[in-house]
Write a protein that binds this ligand. Structure first.
Ligand code: TPP
Length: 638
């Protein structure tokens, strides 16, 4: 049978179908998502759960004139499939292919390039106010998940939007899950709305009674209305939203396209700010993904028949080592606690959370709060480990400065996915942390060259009480190019001390001053350079701040050139701090090359390919060393 999906090149084609054909389109889309993601990997559960919602929204609204604004955005795979990207969908998350998130350069239907959560209500409300400003009349809809709703940005936007009379619709896509089960009081309230049978029965009864009341006398009606108002505070499901100024509708079944389209068509005509509470099932339509929603949130390639992941053998990752090390730390030191902002799995804290449930805080997708909360804990003598991806700590910049660094509080920031994150792409790369953290007084920043050093740094961090410490480490494990040799290097196992690096390879021509993940490629580069008769040193910087100025000066004295290497943007990063130091000391006798990422955003693709594109591989480092040496004065002239 010909697929309906094949006729849909834009939402207008979808709207040309009969409403009763939408379930078939939904099924066809599900099949494509499952087949594609089983090959490419990607976000399975959330995207399967939102298929009917996507179709109903495009069916009931006149997109793209009407605006749909997604939150986080991987829920929008179905949206991609009906907005002209069906033919490219197989390239999902691949280098040069389509993004796993809405992306403004991909389609006029993607208003924003997104990937971080809690943004949609704010940006959509801005669009709605701009529409009013221009005297236009299109509709604006923000879609947000229950996991993202508790984020400060979302609540701030609710506060502002509910105070207005602006025509604006929020769809609350409630599947009771963030990546892990959603946490917090808001989640409990939403849950009560959906699940409590007594509550729902009473609500229906009350609604029925109220509808019959106008037949009674005026005073009774008025009294009844007062009683209703009073009871409402206990019985109206969306009272929390009503109190904020929104008209609340729902909850409705998010997989019933018929009901959804009717409801959306009805409420879109109503003025003012509105919220429609839609209940969906993460992983809908794929039994194993429905049953193990956490596991199938984001997946590597898998066998669609069984759900079994096709895993390539891989060495231990930093995340795994963090998971083990943090348990060991907690065993040794009862003051240690761990905090995650809705990412227990991604940060490696699942085992820890089982072992130490009383010393584990999943605060929801609320990085700003996570950091402020950590500050409070640290102030009172608890030792918080705030495990936050590098990219998501961006959200909590002011809290890091104001609540932690100014107060000199010993918060331990563990920044996973520092550097190029890979297939999640432009919004997820942790390429700015060195630049945004380096200027902060009182903060020290470490970056391990390998897993053992990482563990030693964690141990050190637990003893470091002088102020905050950030440890940044990359996705995956130590970067090795299997085909390339690595040189023998000294492993002095110098104990970790603030601002002390280590000299790993002694050379004479050029010094490779590498930070964290770039130490292993630098060691490989030494082997490549030796093949060309060039003798290179490798210094493991260990600290981006403070710099090991003693080692830097020795490097200057013994070589004609220095190459600094970091997995982050060059501007404001480690190499730039080295340059500033040398400039301040008036040292200009060596040539310096700063290797890092240029001043532009990086799209999605496999991490290895992106590192290659960014010139952060051992051959590229060797090339830099050769070219900077070619510019350097000969030894006799220095
Ligand atoms: C600011 C920020 N912090 C953390 C994340 C990582 N993250 C991605 S999705 C997600 C949970 C999303 O839950 P929800 O909004 O309910 O969406 P669902 O997958 O349930 O549709 C989290 C924590 C993120 N994208 N942005």
């Amino acid at each position: 049978m010909a697929r309906l999906l094949d006729q849909i090149n834009s939402p207008a084609d979808l709207r040309a179908l009969r409403r009763d054909q939408l379930p078939q389109v939904a099924q066809e889309i599900r099949d494509v998502i499952i087949q594609t993601v089983s090959k490419t990997g990607g976000h399975l559960g959330g995207s399967l759960g939102a298929v009917e919602l996507v179709l109903s929204l495009h069916y009931a609204f006149n997109t793209p004139e009407d605006h749909l604004v997604w939150d986080v955005g991987y829920q929008a795979y179905a949206h991609k499939l009906i907005t002209g990207r069906r033919d490219r969908f197989h390239t999902l998350r691949q280098l040069g292919g389509i993004s796993g998130f809405p992306h403004r350069d991909e389609s006029p239907y993607d208003l924003f390039t997104i990937g971080h959560g809690c943004t949609s209500i704010g940006t959509a409300f801005g669009l709605a106010r701009a529409r009013d400003h221009h005297g236009q009349h299109h509709k604006v809809v923000a879609i947000i998940g229950d996991g993202s709703l508790p984020g400060g940005m979302a609540l701030e936007a609710l506060n502002n939007a509910g105070h207005s009379s602006t025509d604006f619709l929020i769809i609350l896509n409630d599947n009771k899950m963030a990546i892990a089960p959603a946490t917090g009081a808001l989640s409990r309230t939403l849950n009560r709305i959906i699940t409590d049978p007594l509550y729902n029965r009473l609500r229906r009864t009350l609604e029925g009674r109220m509808q019959r009341l106008p037949k009674l006398g005026f005073r009774i009606v008025r009294l009844a209305r007062r009683v209703e108002e009073h009871l409402k505070s206990y019985l109206t499901p969306g009272l929390i939203f009503e109190e904020l100024g929104f008209r609340y509708f729902g909850p409705v079944d998010g997989h019933d396209t018929d009901q959804l389209v009717k409801t959306l068509s009805n409420i879109k005509a109503l003025p003012g700010p509105k919220i429609l509470h839609v209940i969906t099932v993460k992983g809908k339509g794929l039994s194993y993904a429905e049953q193990e929603q956490w596991k199938y949130h984001g997946v590597v390639p898998f066998d669609p028949a069984t759900g079994e992941f096709i895993k390539k053998p891989s060495s231990e990752t930093y995340t795994q080592r963090f998971g083990k090390a943090v348990i060991a730390l907690a065993e040794q030191d009862p003051a240690i606690v761990a905090i995650t902002a809705a990412m227990p799995d991604g940060t490696g804290l699942v085992e820890y959370s089982k072992r130490f449930p009383e010393r584990f805080y999943d605060v929801g997708m609320c990085e700003q709060y996570a950091v402020a909360f950590a500050a409070g804990l640290a102030k009172a003598g608890v030792k918080p480990i705030a495990a936050i991806y590098s990219t998501f700590l961006q959200r909590a910049y002011d809290q890091t400065i104001h609540d932690v660094c100014i107060q000199r509080l010993p918060v331990i920031f563990c920044l996973d996915r520092a550097g190029l994150a890979g297939d999640d792409g432009i919004t997820h790369h942790g390429m700015f942390d060195l630049a945004y953290l380096s200027p902060l007084p009182n903060l020290v920043i470490a970056a391990p060259k390998d897993l053992d050093e990482f563990e030693a740094m964690l141990q050190f961090a637990a003893r470091h009480t002088a102020g905050p410490i950030a440890i940044r480490y990359p996705r995956g494990g130590v970067l090795r190019t299997p085909a390339l040799p690595i040189v023998e290097y000294l492993d002095p196992k110098r104990p970790i001390q603030v601002g002390q690096g280590e000299w790993l390879v002694e050379g004479t021509d050029v010094a490779l001053l590498a930070l964290g993940s770039m130490v292993a490629p630098a060691l490989e580069a030494v082997a490549l350079l030796r093949q060309e008769g060039i003798s290179a040193s490798v210094i493991n910087a260990r600290w981006a701040k403070p710099l090991d100025t003693g080692l830097i000066e020795q490097a200057v004295q013994r070589h004609r050139a220095i190459v600094t290497i970091e997995e982050g943007v060059k501007r404001g990063g480690f190499g730039s701090a080295v340059l500033e130091y040398l400039e301040a000391q008036g040292i200009n006798r060596v040539r310096i090359r700063v290797v890092g990422l240029p001043d532009r955003f990086v799209e999605h693709g496999k991490r290895e390919l992106l590192l290659e594109q960014g010139g952060l591989t051992s051959p590229a480092i060797a090339e830099h060393a050769k070219s900077v040496l070619a510019q350097a004065p000969s030894l006799s002239s220095v």
